[in-house]
Design a protein around this ligand. Structure first.
Ligand SMILES: [Zn+2]
Length: 446
């Protein structure tokens, strides 16, 4: 890439003391769209179109149409073809269809498709990630921590899609980016307030990452990606009790697991059993031992999760309950508990301070309670001639994952940061906690 970057980092020791003037912004290139259809561009303040060293001006509100045609882009209004068009707003933003973006748009042809790349300053880019990667309603210090981490992440990962001619895609692969629609006035002000601040380690931008919820303890880069990073280590995150994914339960059939692991080439046989190996420190799953009818394979928990699908298995902080493989004869269950009481003492459970074992026990009990209720309903609807004993078919040939948290679990836990901020922590304290040994610095590009 043509960009030459000089990064000057000023370490900050507790007190934010900058005073560096004339700092230019880093520019980032974000792929917004790849399409075979035409795209419409407009701006309430008018547009400037640059192609082949020529400059055209479009009046405010006028809609321009571009489409891919055999190796070039065709600007329909002018019947003009070119390999690259650069379109700039004459005011604040440019609309791609009905979505506004800051900066400028580059249109180009690639493999029969039209690509739209948004080129804009890093700080503006960060503003357009907030509603998709965080939430404007979070406490200020948690948002500042997010912004500093997101800025550092973006700087460290510039050129992630270099081969394709841009820096970032606008999806979860890089960071979700939505332009002006994903901004909020409050967080825009925080971007300005934290402008240029990044996380550093030994004077260099740190290789930071973030996730949504750790579930109570973060994971290390070593466990998850097999890479030792001194500040991406397991740290407790006890502020995540009322988070959106504090507890979850997922049932996955043996067949689905077999197929998922075969697709990645990890196994050849049929899965018989799974066994979790946990980190002693955090209690998160470090690896999963997969036994099949042909082999025994140990996969890192992260690989296992990615094979199953990161949306299917929300995190690697789970426990495994295996359901019996086949139908088994069982004692008939009573219509109700002998004492006629509820099976679970919910009140006592709710007052408890839960740990992972409690969650598992509770979920087991709740499953048992549901089963009893279902049985009771079934039995009560049977005719009087019902047999004394019968076969109770156990729930499918499946594995139940019970766990907590959302995401890979490494680095900053966003909901942990929210919890810390609610208890009065500053963004500096939050970052020191999730990235032990790191400092803050400010990046200046010249
Ligand atoms: Zn990407």
């Amino acid at each position: 890439m043509r960009r030459t970057l000089f990064l000057f980092i000023f370490l900050v020791l507790g007190v934010v003391f900058w005073g560096v003037a004339g700092a230019k912004d880093v520019e980032v290139r974000v792929l917004l769209l790849r399409t075979r259809d035409e795209v419409c561009l407009s701006s309430p303040s008018g547009l400037e179109v640059r192609v082949k060293q020529r400059v055209f001006v479009a009046s405010p509100g006028r809609v321009l149409h571009f489409s891919p045609r055999e190796g070039v882009i065709l600007w329909q209004e002018k019947n003009l073809a070119g390999t690259t068009f650069v379109v700039l707003p004459r005011g604040e933003c440019i609309f791609l269809g009905n979505r506004p973006y800051r900066g400028r748009l580059e249109l180009r042809e690639r493999g029969g498709q039209l690509e739209v790349i948004n080129v804009l300053p890093l700080e503006e880019y960060l503003k357009g990630t907030v509603k998709l990667e965080a939430s404007p309603s979070w406490p200020e210090e948690a948002l500042k921590a997010y912004l500093v981490v997101a800025r550092t992440y973006a700087l460290r990962n510039l050129g992630r899609h270099r081969e394709e001619g841009f820096d970032f895609c606008a999806t979860v692969h890089c960071m979700r980016y939505g332009g002006v629609f994903a901004e909020d006035p409050r967080t825009n002000a925080l971007v300005e307030k934290t402008k240029g601040i990044i996380v550093t380690y030994q004077g260099k931008p740190a290789s930071v990452v973030f996730h949504s919820e750790s579930g109570g303890y973060t994971d290390s880069a070593k466990n998850v990606w097999g890479k030792d990073v001194p500040y991406l280590v397991e740290v407790p995150s006890p502020w995540e009790k009322d988070t959106p994914h504090a507890f979850w339960q997922v049932v996955v059939s043996r067949e689905e697991i077999t197929e998922a692991l075969r697709r990645r080439g990890y196994i050849q046989g049929e899965v018989l059993d799974l066994e979790c190996r946990k980190s002693e420190k955090s209690g998160r799953v470090a690896s999963v031992l997969v036994r099949t009818d042909r082999e025994e394979v140990e996969l890192s928990a992260n690989r296992f999760r990615e094979a199953l699908g990161v949306d299917r298995l929300p995190s690697t902080f789970f426990d495994l309950l295996r359901e019996p493989a086949a139908a088994q004869p069982q004692e008939e269950v009573p219509l109700q508990d002998p004492e006629g009481e509820r099976f679970i003492d919910y009140k006592a459970w709710m007052e408890k301070d839960w740990n992972l074992d409690d969650i598992i026990t509770f979920l087991k009990l709740r499953e048992e309670e549901r089963r009893r209720k279902r049985e009771a309903q079934r039995v009560s609807s049977l005719p009087d001639t019902r047999p004394e004993k019968r076969l109770v078919r156990q729930a499918s040939d499946a594995f139940t994952f019970v766990g907590r948290g959302w995401g890979h679990g490494v680095g900053l836990s966003q909901w942990g940061a929210v919890g810390m901020a609610k208890e009065g922590a500053s963004f500096l304290e939050i970052l020191h906690h999730y990235f032990p040994g790191c400092e803050l610095g400010r990046v200046v590009v010249r």
